[in-house]
Design a protein around this ligand. Structure first.
Ligand SMILES: [Fe+2]
Ligand SMILES: [Fe+2]
Length: 201
């Protein structure tokens, strides 16, 4: 029997992630319009990634019965929330729009998280390890896509990467097992599709 209070708390959390972005009045006036457009797109993809991180971790924490694992996941989730805040701010400075598809990505990522949360502990951490490993590689790739003069966005992505590496190591320290090649491939393909779509819409 699902706990209604916990369910409502999750819905509230999701609505906050999706519809209460951080606002700022500061605008980036240093970038030319073409460069700004590129930065908006690159940072929109990263913003979407952090929305998914919220959903994955919340989903995993929601279904795991292991209280110590739950604590670790929620701690990481809090750091991911900081990333999301940083990207919300940057999107505002760039006067860019976040992805229209974020609600869809949140729901699907939350569903995956609830499934992973039910797996054995080493597999659950294996999923986190693989996710963070792919995010690390993604951040390098997308930092390269930013215009040379958008140093501020580059710095934000670099700061985020430090935490993602830490998360990967946390998963390893807690006994993560390597996922199968087919699981890894599925994760790569789905994130590629999500990134392609969020780049434009
Ligand atoms: Fe993150
Ligand atoms: Fe992370």
């Amino acid at each position: 029997m699902p706990n209604i209070d916990n369910m409502l708390k999750e819905i509230d959390y999701a609505l906050n992630v999706l519809f209460e972005p951080v606002k700022t009045d500061i605008r980036d006036v240093n970038l030319k319009s073409n460069d700004k457009k590129v930065s908006q797109r690159v940072m929109r993809v990263n913003h979407m990634g952090e929305v998914c991180a919220q959903a994955l971790y919340r989903g995993q924490a929601y279904t795991t019965n292991d209280t110590s694992q739950k604590r670790i996941i929620l701690d990481m989730c809090e750091e991911e929330k900081e990333h999301l805040n940083m990207l919300n701010l940057r999107m505002n400075e760039l006067e860019g729009k976040t992805s229209y598809l974020n609600t869809l990505w949140y729901l699907s990522s939350f569903a995956i998280g609830t499934f992973v949360g039910k797996l054995e502990k080493n597999k659950s951490f294996g999923f986190i390890y693989e996710t963070e490993d792919q995010v690390e590689a993604h951040l390098d790739e997308y930092t390269e896509k930013l215009p040379d003069n958008d140093q501020r966005s580059k710095e934000i992505l670099n700061d985020i990467k430090i935490d993602e590496t830490k998360h990967k190591n946390t998963a390893k320290d807690h006994g993560s097992v390597e996922l199968s090649d087919s699981a890894k491939k599925l994760m790569t393909i789905s994130s590629k599709i999500m990134k392609k779509m969020s780049f434009y819409i």
